[in-house]
Each structure stands twice: as structure tokens, then as C-alpha cells.
Design a protein around this ligand. Structure first.
Ligand code: ADP
Ligand code: ZN
Length: 750
């Protein structure tokens, strides 16, 4: 008998993702554990691949079994809890084992195959874990006369040791410091680099006084921090102080010696949340932002693993942070779509957070002013504990909202996209030195170019979407693949007729604002104006400081921001979104409009909002104007029930993509045939299959896209059934026609 490991390898494809057996040579035996990262020879050519050990067993000696080449040291091993998540991801999302591993371990923590002395082994990115630190031993001697720099070093070090990076930031150099070491004035040590201060975070500086309602909610939630797993939904209107309640709960968690994980929908768009948390908890906070490079990410990971960070704040993938004593997980703005991954593994942060809350016996707190229909339904049914904040802090009223009828504006001769009503209110705000926010969820200048003779719309040649005119750079841009056309064409490529540019985006409205209010300071924020690193934060900071009067932008200006001087909000071009495809369209519009209106009147200034629409009596807009979530929920849940949509069923979207349209369609048809045959044996599994049909945007980047929509009961049996279908699909050679992907969370295009 020999010791063997069953290993999942990198670069497997979902149809052939099995565990492979390898012998463990005796010199590596001590390193071989379930969860260890390994290097193995793979396939006919014995090329080396990374893998992870998922099982260990004894097997009969067999010369055909290959040997493990190398095993990474213990730090790179997945803990049992993280391994459990790997299994969960594999089972729920139909990804490969190794894709799951890669999602959990940051790139920098992964070992890479390397050749050293002609031998393959595992090598890690070289990372410096230590840093030089200087300590003052004696005062500077008077002779020879110390230099300015030397004096500076003495002053800086007089109240304790400092690291080289801190000292160089203040203008010192290594040579000055090392010189002082030679003189015996300073000593020099290598210390472990830590990003987070273990001792920080327990002296809460500013006392927070909760309102009565906040206090009640806080106390209720605090009761769930009792070592029993629980899920709670905090439904609080905009500016009711949800963040304040989080802070109190985090304090409580830390007092219990546990850690908190806070998820936010997008790092760039939530600078205020991060600022507040770091202001209060200082160095105990690890922020997982996308701008981290591999080294920084790895250092953070190790630091979190060591238990140095008490609070981790980050986007979706932070849900995998290797914390070992979680007491509280918060998902802020829980309804946001960014919590669902759109690439493999296609998981939702909610399901992972639930799993972790269960294993850590922690409280999972979902929070929103407009909870997702599914979450609110679970709360209504007693699956989640429901807590509500119905008042703004210090009883500030919700903004007054007015519908502006754009048809009437047109009849009165105003064909511009800025209504006269809105102009009047903007002028008023400018006069009173108050700030305004305008939402228009479309970037670019004009959004459609149509031939005035043949009616042809100018589309991207690689994607089935219209090209968008960007005036500043004089180009047409495809918002899906980034393709540009320059110079901007004036004639139709089909009939040479004259092209007419219509539709409006943020750039056009900005231009109209500049014309109307030449003295106003206008800030436009959309994907085009915020390309640079940190630009969201910089621009939001400037707006907060009062350097601008009007903030105009896409949905990035609608959410989570807290600017006390904003007293007017305008909503433009919202109608199109109401007619968007997908059963979630109303939910998305309701939430967006409610959230943006909620930016107005958050402090002592009373707030007002204007919604421009051609359908002023539209019930979704009316309800959002009143911030009446409950009526909206009741309408929506009735609709979902009647038409069978989540939460009354699960939806599994099967996506087919490939470069030949006919082949893609054929593969999709075959898939649905295999499904029908396989499911025929399982009358216990209720299914409704729709399609195959092309996606709303049928081609992106020369790739054709078809879908099959399966309404199902999303349980183990269903997933097993789908695995059988996938196996058949592969056996018939269909992956060559179309790549297939299953997504249990996608609903963007139903
Ligand atoms: P939400 O997250 O619900 O939109 P916030 O937590 O941002 O609301 O609170 C809105 C505003 O009210 C913020 O400026 C916040 O500082 C203030 N606020 C809310 N509760 C309190 C409190 N208990 N003490 C002091 N300020 C508060
Ligand atoms: Zn394109």
C-alpha cells in the first residue's frame, strides 16, 4: 500500500474536472494535508500544473500512478472552513474545483511552478515580510554639530521606534539613519510588517448617542450576537442611521473578542463608509479594495489570517477573508447586483456569508433602504429577523417629491432634456448656495445614430448594440467591447443617407447645464470621468467640501453618499429603465429612484426632488417618490407569485456562447433535448424550461449568445440532474460548438 492524494488540478474544464490520484513521495509526506497546494505532472506530456489535495488515501502500489512533485508550505494551506467553501462553490455554482480555490486564495498566495536547477518545484512570489525599524538609543552628541536631518531623526524617534517607510515619508533617507546607527545613536531592527495594529480599535473616541428608535433596533440586533447563528434584515429608510447602528454593533463584536466583516457593493463608491470605520477603528480595519496589487493583497491576507485585522471591509470577494473568529457579517445595500459574481464561480456573497455565519455562529446582518424582494420575503416569513428604522435621525422629514411631466414640457416648446421646472429649482439652489444632485444613468453625449433615409441604426460591428457618441473625444464608442470609430461618421454606411444623432447622455446634459448656468460649478461623474485610481474618492471629497454646486452623474451618484448641503435631487431619463428587460426591472428602478431621492435633505436643510418622466402617474415612480417600500413590495411579490419568479422558484440560466451562430443555437437545442430526456425520469423535480432564445444583446465581441432559462426548485437533486446533463453534453462533443455556463443567480436578462 502507498500513500496517495486525490488532487484537483488547475485549468481543468467543467466537463472534465475530476480528482486525480498521485503518490506522495516519502520526503513530502509531512507536508501533505487536505487543503495543501501541490505541483503535479499532468497529462501525456507531464506538463506541471498546480493542484490542491482534497482527499488522502492508501492505495495498492501501481506503477501507473504518478508522483506529486512538490508541496507548498503550511501557510498556503486552506483551513477546513475555507475548504468547506471550496466544496460549496463547486456544488452550487458548477465551477471547477480549482476555480473555487483561486477565488478564495488571492493570487499572491498561490505558488507558481518554477524550474530551479533543472527541477520543477513550487515558488512563491518573493515578498518581503519584514521591515527595518529604527530606535533612538542616545541623544545626539553636540560635536560634530548635528545636521538638520539628524536633528529631525532625533525628534521623530524621541517618542518611540519608527519604521523606515514612516521615516522616509518625513524626508529622511536610509543613509542618514544608517550613519546614526554607526555612531551608536540609533539601533536598527528587522520587524514583521503588519498593516493592522492588534492593539488598535478598542478605545472608541467619539461617543455616539442613538435616537430612541436606533437604540431599540441596536439592542434587538445586539441580542443576536450571542454565539448562535442568525440572519437579520435591517430595513431602514434613507438617512435613518443604519451606518451608526453598524458601528455600535461592530464595537460590541470587538468587545466580545470577535471580528467583523463588512461588505459594500463597490469600494470606489463607498468612501464615506470606509472613512467612518477607519476614523473610529483606525488600524484595526483592513480595506480590501480593487486597487491593491498582488503583494499588498497577499500581505493583507496574511495579516488577516494572523488575526491582526479585527474588521475587514471590502467588496464581494472580501466574503472569503480568512478571518477565524467572525462574530458579525454585514452586507450593506444588500439588494445591489454587484454581490453576484458574473464570472466563474458565479456565486452570491449572500450565500457564502450565510455559510460562514453558520460555521462561525455569527450574526449575518443584511441592510438596505430597499431590500431585495427575496430578502424581505424571507423576513416576512420569519426566516430572517426583521428590524426597521422608519425615521430619519433627529426626525428630519423625507424630501418632498414632484413629478415633472415631460410631454407637457414638450408641448410648451421645451424640447431639451432639462425641464423648465428643474431649471427653476436649480437656479434657486444656486442662489441659496445649496448643492444639487442630478441622476442620469447613461454616459456619453448622444446614444443613437440613425440614418434619416433608411432608418439604419449605427451598431458596433462586434456587438449588437448602438455605438454611443462621445463628444469630448470626437468618437463613437461601444460600451460593451470598447471599440471606437473616429472620425465620427456623418453618412449611413448602408445607403449613404445622412446620419441623425439623437438620445442623450451625461455629457450632453452637462453641456446644457453649462449653457444655462454659466457660473455654476458642475461636476460630472460617470465611467468616463472617473477612470483614474481613487478618482471617485477625490471627486466626492471635493463635492463634500463645497467646491461644486451641481453633481451630475450615472448611478454612481445615487447611492450611499451623505452630503449635508444637498437639498435638491433631479432624476432624468428614468423612463427607459422601466421598460428594461428582466423581471427585476421594477425592483431596480424603485431602488435607484428611492436611493437617489434619499441623498436630499439628510441634515438640517429640508430636501426636495424632481422626477422627470413622460408617465407621471407610473406607480413605481409614485411609490419611490413616497419611499413607500412596503406597498411596492406587496405589488411586486404578488406579481412574482402569479408569474412564478423568485422567491417562488429558483432560476437557472444556461448560457451558450460561440463564434458561429448556427452552432451555438444547435448546441442549445441539443442541451434542452438532453435535459428533457434526463428530467423525464425525475417527475419529482418540477421544471419549466424557456428557450433557447438569443440574449437581449445577442452578440458581444463577435461571440453569439443564447440562453435557456430553467425555473426550478434549486435543491441538491436539481443540481445533480444538471450535472448529468452537462456530462451528456460533453459526451456528445457539444462543447466544441458552444461553451456552456450555468448561473443560478443571473436574472439580468430573463
Ligand atoms: P443611512 O446609512 O441609513 O442612510 P447614515 O448612517 O448615513 O444613514 O445617517 C444619516 C446621517 O445622520 C449621517 O450624517 C449620520 O452621521 C447622522 N446620524 C444618524 N444617526 C446619528 C446619531 N445617532 N448620532 C449622530 N448622527 C447621526
Ligand atoms: Zn462592441
Amino acid at each position: 500500500m502507498v500513500q496517495t492524494a486525490q488532487i484537483a488540478v488547475n485549468d481543468a474544464n467543467i466537463h472534465f474536472d475530476k480528482l486525480y490520484s498521485y503518490k506522495i513521495p516519502s520526503h513530502l509526506a509531512a507536508l501533505a494535508h487536505i487543503g495543501s497546494m501541490v505541483l503535479v505532472p499532468f497529462g501525456k506530456g507531464n506538463r506541471f500544473r498546480m493542484g490542491i489535495i482534497l482527499q488522502l488515501s492508501q492505495q495498492e502500489e501501481n506503477p501507473k500512478i504518478k508522483e506529486v512533485q512538490d508541496i507548498a508550505p503550511e501557510q498556503a494551506r486552506l483551513t477546513p472552513e475555507l475548504l468547506q467553501i471550496v466544496h460549496f462553490l463547486k456544488d452550487r455554482t458548477f465551477c471547477t474545483w480549482y476555480d473555487a480555490v483561486k477565488t478564495i486564495i488571492p493570487y499572491g498566495a498561490q505558488y507558481k511552478p518554477t524550474i530551479i536547477d533543472g527541477k520543477a518545484c513550487l515558488k512563491k512570489q518573493i515578498i518581503k515580510h519584514t521591515e527595518t525599524q529604527y530606535t533612538l538609543l542616545h541623544p545626539l552628541p553636540n560635536k560634530p554639530k548635528p545636521s538638520q536631518k539628524q536633528k529631525l531623526a532625533e525628534t521623530l524617534l524621541s517618542n518611540g521606534s519608527k519604521t523606515i517607510s514612516t521615516l522616509t515619508e518625513k524626508g529622511l533617507t536610509r543613509s542618514v539613519l544608517d550613519n546614526l546607527v554607526k555612531k551608536g545613536v540609533l539601533s536598527k531592527q528587522e520587524v514583521d510588517k503588519t498593516l493592522h495594529d492588534v492593539s488598535a480599535g478598542l478605545n472608541f473616541s467619539q461617543e455616539i448617542f442613538l435616537s430612541q428608535q436606533q437604540q431599540k433596533v441596536f439592542e434587538g440586533l445586539k441580542n443576536h450576537l450571542n454565539g448562535q447563528p442568525a440572519t437579520a434584515l435591517l430595513h431602514g429608510i434613507t438617512a435613518s442611521g443604519k451606518t451608526i447602528v453598524f458601528i455600535k454593533l461592530i464595537e460590541e463584536t470587538l468587545k466580545q473578542g470577535k471580528q467583523a466583516l463588512v461588505l459594500v457593493p463597490e469600494i470606489g463608491l463607498t468612501p464615506q463608509m470606509i472613512q467612518r470605520l477607519t476614523a473610529i477603528f483606525g488600524n484595526a480595519v483592513a480595506v480590501q479594495h480593487s486597487a491593491l496589487n498582488h503583494t499588498e493583497r497577499l500581505l493583507q491576507w496574511i495579516d488577516i489570517q494572523k488575526g491582526n485585522a479585527k474588521i475587514v471591509v471590502g467588496t464581494r470577494s472580501a466574503v472569503f477573508a480568512p478571518l477565524e473568529k467572525i462574530g458579525l457579517i454585514i452586507i450593506d445595500e444588500e439588494h445591489e447586483r454587484t454581490y453576484h459574481s458574473e464570472s466563474s464561480p458565479r456565486y452570491s456573497a449572500h450565500e457564502i456569508a450565510k455559510l460562514r455565519a453558520l460555521s462561525h455562529k455569527a450574526l449575518l446582518l443584511l441592510s438596505s433602504a430597499t431590500p431585495s424582494i427575496e430578502s424581505y420575503f424571507a423576513a416576512q416569513n420569519g426566516k430572517y429577523h426583521l428590524y426597521e428604522l422608519t425615521q430619519r435621525y433627529s426626525n428630519q422629514l423625507l424630501p418632498t417629491v414632484e413629478m415633472v411631466d415631460m410631454r407637457q414640457e414638450l408641448m410648451q416648446g421645451n424640447s431639451s432634456q432639462l425641464s423648465n421646472r428643474l431649471r427653476v429649482e436649480l437656479a434657486q439652489n444656486l442662489k441659496n448656495h445649496q448643492q444639487s444632485i442630478l441622476l442620469l444613468n447613461r454616459r456619453g453625449y448622444q446614444t443613437v445614430a440613425m440614418c434619416s433615409d433608411c432608418g439604419e441604426v449605427l451598431k458596433c460591428t462586434a456587438c449588437s448594440v448602438p455605438m454611443v457618441y462621445h463628444k469630448a473625444d470626437q468618437k463613437l464608442l461601444c460600451h460593451y467591447c470598447g471599440k471606437t470609430i473616429q472620425p465620427v461618421p456623418q453618412t449611413c454606411p448602408v445607403c449613404q443617407g445622412k446620419l441623425r444623432y439623437t438620445g442623450f447622455g451625461t455629457q450632453k446634459i452637462e453641456e446644457e447645464l453649462v449653457e444655462t448656468f454659466p457660473h455654476a460649478r458642475i461636476l460630472r461623474m460617470d465611467q468616463d470621468s472617473t477612470m483614474k485610481k481613487e478618482s471617485h474618492k477625490i471627486l466626492f471629497d471635493k463635492f463634500a467640501k463645497g467646491e461644486y454646486d451641481i453633481l451630475l452623474g450615472t448611478q454612481m451618484v445615487a447611492k450611499g453618499l451623505d452630503f449635508p448641503r444637498v437639498s435638491l435631487v433631479g432624476v432624468l431619463g428614468i423612463d427607459q429603465m422601466l421598460f428594461g428587460q428582466g423581471y427585476r426591472a421594477y425592483e431596480i428602478v424603485f431602488s435607484l429612484v428611492t436611493q437617489v431621492i434619499g441623498r436630499s435633505g439628510r441634515s438640517d436643510l429640508p430636501g426636495r426632488a424632481l422626477i422627470q418622466t413622460v408617465d407621471p402617474r407610473n406607480s413605481i415612480l409614485q411609490l419611490a417618490a413616497k419611499q413607500d417600500y412596503k406597498t411596492f413590495y406587496n405589488q411586486e411579490i404578488a406579481f412574482r407569485k402569479l408569474n412564478l419568479y423568485p422567491p417562488f422558484c429558483g432560476v437557472c440560466m444556461v448560457l451558450f456562447t460561440g463564434s458561429k451562430e448556427q452552432a451555438v443555437l444547435q448546441a442549445a437545442v441539443k442541451f434542452s433535448e438532453i435535459l428533457a430526456k434526463t428530467a423525464a425520469f425525475r417527475p419529482d423535480l418540477p421544471l419549466r424550461v424557456l428557450g433557447p432564445a438569443p440574449l437581449n444583446i445577442a452578440m458581444v465581441n463577435h461571440s453569439y449568445r443564447y440562453k435557456l432559462t430553467i425555473k426550478c426548485k434549486p435543491n441538491k437533486e436539481f443540481r445533480e440532474l444538471m450535472r448529468q446533463v452537462l456530462e451528456q453534453y460533453a459526451k456528445q462533443g457539444l462543447p466544441a460548438k458552444a461553451t456552456v455556463v450555468l448561473d443560478m443567480h443571473s436574472d439580468a436578462d430573463l
